[in-house]
Design a protein around this ligand. Sequence first.
Ligand code: ADP
Ligand code: MG
Length: 319
Amino acid sequence: MNEFDIIKHYFNVHHHRKDVVMGPGDDCAILQVPANTLLAVSTDTLVSGVHFFADMDPEALGHKALAVNLSDLAAMGADPCWVSLALTLPEVDHDWVTQFCAGFFELAEYYNVALVGGDMTKGPLSITVTVHGTLPEGKGLLRSGAQAGDAIYVTGTLGDAALGLQQVLGKVSVPDEHQEFVRFKFEHPHPRILVGQALRDIASSALDLSDGLLGDLAHICRASGLRAQLEVEHLPLSDAMHASVSQEQGWELALSGGDDYELCFTVPELHRGQLDIALGHCGVKFTQVGRMFAGEPSVELVHNDEPYQITGQSWDHFR
Ligand code: ADP
Ligand code: MG
């Protein structure tokens, strides 16, 4: 197979979108953007040995490469539409590419996202995905919109992907009955698209959690010019987390562990009553973990109203 056969065979798959005027095969994709609509665009690269283990299950990798990108659209409140895929492969291994595509297209079909183009090169394994979504004019969940007094929420449970990584590295032992859950959270993050869309008229700011709540919330603080206070006792931890590490270690993983791809968002008092109904149909749990205050941009931790610090040494326990 030459390069063009490969593209035709694996990547020129059927989809149902009528807004793709030209998909893979020409010099550019041509896409019909509806009137009064804004385009939301985001790119993420996953590099072998940096973002994933070289022997990672290709199906999970295909899923994750798209999932982390869709997560950015979710954090903006955008509707996903189109995606392009730039693949750098050391060789064309039929089984590997087939499984990669299975993971990628399963998620793409779930959200009706069309693959409209990309690139293929030979070299060390690396995957770059660019997603395109739409937003109604004037909408979009920016990091800069938080106001003093807003409540801070997160979706799902936090730290599970980091726990999964610790388990893979052999630094934590997760009880048998929780192993599958933890591994799944680590390899199969699910982008919170429906939550992001539902929050469009409710949240004042949002972002997705890729590097850990502590660091990611600091972005909202800086962009909004506010101080955040997090109540560690309210951090949502999974049963797997409780069964595997101490509460303090759980909080540390929830605060500084990456790869969760949950959403963190702020909600003004005025809109809090709408949250239950708006998010009710998404089937995703959400938890208030703190509040925004006027002050120098920073994230402060409290435990039962007393200042709290993560030791920074917790990782030693895992070693
Ligand atoms: P060019 O040399 O003009 O950049 P390419 O040879 O890179 O074109 O790609 C040919 C066509 O195949 C383009 O339409 C491109 O978008 C598409 N394509 C290349 N790689 C992929 C891929 N991994 N997935 C989907 N489409 C792809
Ligand atoms: Mg090209």
